[in-house]
Design a protein around this ligand. Structure first.
Ligand SMILES: [Zn+2]
Length: 411
């Protein structure tokens, strides 16, 4: 049995009383205040730099630390926050700018009083403690929490290390997200390989022909739309508005939970069943450019699915291979390699003019992804001269070769 230390995030629901809610909101507010203030300061400098022809501006911790000390002197209420939670703010800000400069994200934005807010406390010298059913936070105090027996056992076991905890307020509910270090056991090898095509029509298509349909969310979406419509007619902040807002959040939560649950189950299934998993690379840059809002949200959802499969493969000792997004997965015939450049997006099925094979668009794409992923995987193995797991790989090649006739193309 191979064990591995990994980072895990555990989410537990918090049940703060009035007094606690007040303190948590103060902390959230302080984090937002610090973010907005630092962003404004930095933005001034950035604009000045830009005028002189620079495209990047170095952000560093020391500058921000000094800025924070000054900010605290000006605004007393910042002392109500645990200092690591404010330091976290500029760590986030530095990351946001890094992403922006590397063109992985848009320009950092000012935070508003959005329903989703959070702050993070680092666990230094065990200042975050768990006592019975209480989570004890520095400067805030004990908050009642509830979670599954499994999570409770894990959180209280001596075998883990709590790195930090994020207190999150989302759609009217409070949560604590623990970032912990713990061990996981590798899953058994199955010698199966798979290529997965993600799409809008069906959620995922596996190279063996299995299609996983999209989630049925029409009812939840209908209710969300209905609430939005009614909310727009009510006076903002009124009693009736707040009541309706709670209903709106309830449906929003239901929808999100359904998606998350399904993605966790699917990613677990895939990592359990397959040793080598090949998938397309979904780029965030492309997603930001999508103009159709529902398509954009769907793609962001898919990215979270890919992320789940990726980290689970890593945890459980499986190989995860990402294919370049420019790889023409749907236009190549997987049987003879013919490139069908006239294939249109709405054509779900087509027949190869060269070898006359009839294809389902998604299954063909999944098979091509598998071939390409396999090629990349072999290439990596050759380069690294790492033959540690070569028997598994070779047996897997032999078994797939029989199935999808991979050998005559790449070996
Ligand atoms: Zn063909």
């Amino acid at each position: 049995m191979v064990c591995k230390w990994v980072n895990k995030g555990l989410v537990v629901r918090l049940y703060p009383d009035e007094d606690m809610i007040c303190k948590i909101n103060q902390n959230i507010g302080n984090a937002r205040f610090t973010w907005n203030h630092l962003l404004a300061e930095y933005q001034k400098t950035y604009i000045l730099f830009k005028q002189h022809g620079y495209t990047r501006l170095k952000c560093n911790m020391t500058t921000f630390n000094a800025m924070l000390t000054m900010l605290k002197k000006e605004h007393d209420f910042l002392y109500l926050s645990e200092s690591s939670s404010l330091q976290q703010v500029f760590r986030n800000l530095i990351n946001a700018y890094k992403k922006f400069f590397n063109k992985n994200a848009g320009y950092p934005r000012f935070k508003s009083k959005h329903p989703k807010q959070s702050f993070r406390i680092q666990n230094i010298n065990n200042n975050i403690r768990l006592q019975d059913n209480m989570l004890v936070l520095p400067k805030i105090g004990p908050v009642y929490y509830r979670t599954s027996k499994e999570y409770k056992r894990l959180l209280n076991s001596s075998n883990i290390k709590i790195n930090n905890v994020t207190i999150k307020k989302s759609n009217g509910k409070y949560y604590a997200v623990f970032s912990i270090e713990t061990t996981v056991t590798y899953l058994e090898k199955t010698l199966n390989v798979v290529g997965i095509d993600l799409g809008l029509k069906s959620l995922a298509t596996l190279s063996n022909g299995l299609k996983i349909t999209n989630l049925e969310l029409t009812y939840e979406e209908k209710m969300i739309k209905k609430c939005q419509k009614r909310l727009s007619r009510k006076k903002y902040g009124s009693k009736r508005y707040q009541k309706l807002q709670r209903t709106y959040w309830k449906w929003q939560n239901k929808k999100n939970n359904k998606i998350r649950d399904a993605y966790h189950k699917l990613s677990r299934y895939i990592t359990q069943k397959y040793d080598i998993i090949c998938m397309e690379n979904l780029s965030i840059k492309d997603m930001l450019q999508d103009t159709n809002q529902s398509v954009k949200l769907h793609r962001i959802g898919l990215a979270s699915l890919v992320e789940k499969i990726k980290y689970k493969s890593n945890w459980y000792g499986k190989n995860f291979i990402q294919i370049n997004r420019w790889f023409p997965s749907s236009k190549n015939c997987n049987n003879c390699g013919y490139y069908n450049k006239n294939l249109k997006l709405e054509e779900r099925e087509w027949t190869c003019p060269k070898c006359k094979k009839h294809h389902d668009r998604d299954i063909n794409a999944a098979k091509n992804i598998l071939h390409e992923g396999f090629r990349i995987h072999m290439e990596n193995l050759m380069n690294l001269r790492d033959w540690g797991d070569s028997t598994v790989i070779l047996e897997a090649i032999a078994s797939t070769a029989r199935e999808v006739r991979i050998l005559n193309i790449h070996m």
